[in-house]
Design a protein around this ligand. Structure first.
Ligand SMILES: [Fe+2]
Length: 252
């Protein structure tokens, strides 16, 4: 591994890491689309797959601007090709871990609505990692007066924010409400049934019997779906970080 002595070298390292992250994500997203049941979620993930492919091409362009070779040189050796394929010189362990964690959660026995909620959570963890990495890379580029590079990184950064906001909207709207309904119906049936039978069934199904808090929440009359959605959308709009980020990017 070459030594990293300057901020310029650190930026190049960060970009190679991001190249690997995007490559791994391009491979993982179709599996997430297949596992999702909600149509809007499937569309959002499909859309982000296309955006991610463009982001990878953008990283190639950045590498060229920096006078680097294309970030995906041929790897020698069977195992190198098998594991690194077209990822480039670096392998992003963080992205590998995030994808692995998402996959292992999806391997659990879950109701379809809950699976969708889990996919959103996994996708948002990935987005947050990318937002952090692109934000850092962009800051390095600005410090190094590499304005063209900074601009390209900012474009991707804003796309990652857009994806995160879409996922938040989905999480707070119909997807998680559907998962909540699933939980409530379980809590309601559990309340009606004999507690001993519930505990036994839960043990058999390798799930926990609903807690007191869950039963209490289920007993409460929930907001009508439309009203809940309206409330959620207003909250998301109000707390959207995108505008403040754009304001910050203008100041720098
Ligand atoms: Fe990305």
């Amino acid at each position: 591994m070459p030594t990293i002595d300057t901020l310029h070298e650190l930026l190049k390292h960060e970009l190679k890491d991001l190249y690997s992250a995007e490559t791994q994500l391009i491979e993982a997203l179709p599996k997430m689309v297949d596992a999702a049941t909600n149509g809007n979620l499937r569309n959002a993930l499909d859309k982000h797959l296309e955006v991610t492919k463009t982001q990878k091409e953008r990283l190639d362009k950045i590498q060229q601007l920096l006078g680097e070779e294309k970030a995906a040189p041929e790897k020698k050796g069977f195992f190198a090709n098998l594991f690194r394929s077209n990822e480039g010189e670096e392998h992003c362990k963080a992205m590998e871990g995030l994808i692995k964690e998402g996959n292992s959660l999806l391997g659990e026995d879950m109701a379809p609505e809950v699976t969708d909620a889990a996919i959103i959570a996994a996708a948002q963890k990935i987005e947050h990692y990318e937002i952090s990495s692109y934000g850092t890379a962009r800051a390095y580029a600005l410090q190094l007066n590499l304005n063209d590079v900074a601009k390209l990184l900012e474009t991707t950064l804003n796309e990652e924010y857009d994806a995160d906001i879409s996922l938040t909207e989905l999480a707070l709207s119909n997807v998680n409400l559907a998962a909540e309904t699933e939980e409530q119906s379980f809590a309601k049936s559990a309340k009606k049934a004999n507690p001993k039978t519930v505990a036994k069934t839960a043990k058999k199904a390798n799930t926990k019997a609903p807690s007191k808090a869950v039963k209490k929440a289920a007993a409460k009359k929930s907001l009508p779906k439309k009203a809940a959605l309206k409330k959620v959308k207003a909250a998301v709009k109000k707390s959207s970080p995108k505008k403040s980020v754009k304001r910050k990017t203008v100041k720098r």
